[in-house]
Design a protein around this ligand. Structure first.
Ligand code: ATP
Ligand code: MG
Length: 243
């Protein structure tokens, strides 16, 4: 994996891959599983429609974010192995996460056992600590953006793309953002707390009906902890509300 750096191979094209089935659909295009022909390496190819990127004024920002992600190397951050442009598409070559979104796993199981959740949370915390040291903030930590590989390791995806996300998910955003204040990398830790709550209970802590009511709840850090949570889990969740 370490030597597999396609970023510097300008002659790469779709023809370099055997393209398999469609494994997902995102805001700007589709994702396919693919095998690189020369070394049989399995990857995910994300085809982003250039027309749509231009229409939504997201092209330059996307390039900028891609540069950031291509330089990150951490076992719990989805590797961006390379990118190229072909006809109507900007194509990202991504590490393949065989078990897909954590979100889908949660939909199936409702909530996770504390042991399993704590393993995931520890991995995400490690990855966040790494990016924060590099002065990068993810800004959009939530189960939809966390992929899982064959070995059940977390891979943080959609790196720094929250800027493009039109409908940002209210549930995971921090009081500083709600109040329009300046913010720093600690907003990721807030989201990590919300995520921890979600993994252990199956719901998010701030679920008032309506945006304004949810905003108020977030700003006051007002939430209840269900009885089935251990003291340690409660401590961890509450610790992110006190910076
Ligand atoms: P966007 O990132 O454009 O806002 P999105 O987050 O909804 O949109 P994508 O990131 O494009 O969607 O991914 C769409 C789906 O494809 C995801 O739900 C995920 O299941 C799957 N997917 C994306 N990347 C990979 C990958 N590297 N490995 C496995 N599955 C992936
Ligand atoms: Mg995504």
């Amino acid at each position: 994996m370490a030597n597999y750096n396609l970023c510097r191979v300008p002659q790469i094209s779709l023809n370099s891959f055997d393209i398999g089935c469609n494994i997902g659909k995102g805001g700007f295009g589709k994702v396919y599983i693919a095998r690189e022909k020369t070394n049989s390496y399995i990857v995910a190819l994300k085809l982003l429609s250039i027309e749509q990127l231009i229409k939504e004024n997201a092209e330059e920002q996307l390039r900028h974010e891609v540069e950031i992600q291509a330089n990150l190397r951490h076992p719990n951050i989805l590797r961006l192995l390379g990118y190229f442009q072909q006809s109507m598409y900007f194509i990202l070559i991504l590490e393949y996460a065989a078990k897909g979104e954590l979100y889908k796993q949660l939909l199936k199981s409702g909530r996770l056992k504390e042991k399993k959740a704590s393993r995931y949370i520890a991995q995400i915390a490690e990855a966040l600590s790494y990016i924060h040291q590099k002065h990068v903030i993810h800004r959009d930590i939530k189960p939809e953006n966390l992929l899982i590989d064959l070995n059940d390791e977390i891979k943080i995806a959609d790196f720094g793309w929250s800027v493009h996300t039109k409908k940002s998910t209210l549930d995971y955003i921090s009081p500083e953002i709600v109040e329009g204040k300046e913010h720093d990398e600690r907003i990721d830790l807030w989201s990590l707390g919300v995520l921890c709550y979600k993994l252990l209970t199956g719901t998010t802590p701030f679920e008032e009906t309506g945006r304004t009511a949810t905003y108020k709840q977030i700003a006051k850090a007002e939430f209840t902890l269900p009885d089935h949570l251990s003291v340690e889990a409660c401590d961890l969740i509450c610790s992110v509300t006190v910076f």
